[in-house]
Design a protein around this ligand. Structure first.
Ligand code: HEC
Length: 300
């Protein structure tokens, strides 16, 4: 072995280890942290993970191009397409509150990137680098909202085009087109009338402001306190009659939202989760309420 080839080997090994560490970190990230970031920032994490997976793929000895190996074009083309499906927006709400499926989704993104980059490199030497740039650009583009669609429930129940004022044209349908959960939550805040009673800047209204609400203790009229975690916010929005906040009149917050947000037509409860997500982003303790449940805190 010449000195030059051993140098190349060393560079490859280092590249592979760095890539594996980055990709592995991205896969376990949803398990160790529930920090609430925006969806855009989260997609940039995907892009970083793809860089890691791509470096790992390029560090593997790729098969040289020859006619017999040209089948590598197939995984090189299909893998990125599968990658796009893995970031299907209607699953956001589910993934945000379920760390294990979320981690598994990250693992799939890593594997798909690994396959895409390796296959491209095996097809034509050098093409792997181009593929890496393409995949990372795709992830980064998702961060900008590109390619984010309203999801399958919208495709299955499209609002009739000529008849938008018919019974189906509820305000919720109008915001299904929103690009991010945060934007969807912010839209629902206005279209569902929450803004009439709740401010987002700390100003007191008929109801409490949503600023610095998520994750903070709430005083109830029976003298107890409860942390405004995910389940607290859920209960307050769906069954406001169940709890009464000290200093606010009971029975004023409408109890009609349950049917609009959690009825049989909303199996994924995407809109409800979008509102809670939005409330989260308005708090400097946002991480707290992204937990699906925090039973011991709620019990205190
Ligand atoms: C007519 C006024 C009104 C509207 C409209 C309204 N709320 Fe409320 N909301 C209240 C009041 C009053 C309370 C306090 C309830 C209590 O003490 O029982 C409250 C409490 C809450 C809380 C708990 C706040 C805290 O500080 O713990 C949440 C969360 C909430 N509302 C969400 C919503 C959402 C989401 C919407 C729109 C879909 C909405 N509200 C629309 C009046 C309103």
């Amino acid at each position: 072995m010449t000195e030059a080839t051993s140098k190349v080997r060393l560079v490859r090994m280092v590249m592979g280890v760095i890539g594996a560490v980055i990709a592995g970190g991205g896969v376990i990230a949803p398990l160790v942290s529930h920090e609430t970031t925006t969806i855009a920032v989260h997609h940039l994490l995907h892009a970083g993970m793809a860089v890691g997976a791509g470096l790992l793929a390029l560090s593997l000895p790729a098969t040289r191009i020859d006619r017999e190996r040209s089948f590598w074009i197939w995984p090189a083309v299909t893998a990125p397409a599968i990658g796009v499906l893995l970031m299907w927006p209607s699953e956001y709400a589910h993934l945000i509150s379920h760390p294990w499926p979320h981690s598994l989704e990250h693992l799939s993104i890593v594997l798909v990137t690994l396959l895409a980059v390796y296959a491209a490199q095996a097809y034509v030497r050098g093409l792997g680098w181009l593929m890496l740039v393409l995949v990372v650009a795709m992830d980064a583009a998702c961060a900008g909202g590109f390619g984010v669609s309203p999801g399958p429930s919208f495709l299955l129940n499209p609002v009739p085009r000529h008849n938008a004022t018919a019974s189906r044209a509820r305000p919720i349908n109008a915001v299904k087109k929103a690009i991010t959960l945060h934007a969807m939550g912010a839209n629902l805040y206005n279209t569902m009338g929450c803004s009439g009673c709740h401010s987002v800047d700390g100003a007191k209204g008929v109801g409490p402001s949503w600023k610095d609400l998520a994750g903070y203790p709430q005083n109830l009229s029976d003298g107890k306190t409860a942390i405004a975690d995910y389940s607290f916010l859920r209960t307050m929005i769906l069954d406001p009659g169940k709890m009464d906040l000290a200093g606010y009149p009971a029975g004023v917050m409408p109890d009609t939202y349950k049917a609009m947000l959690a009825g049989p037509k909303h199996p994924h409860q995407t809109e409800l989760n979008a509102i809670i997500w939005y409330i989260n982003t308005l708090s400097n303790r946002a991480g707290k309420a992204s937990e699906p449940t925090v039973p011991d805190q709620a019990a205190k």
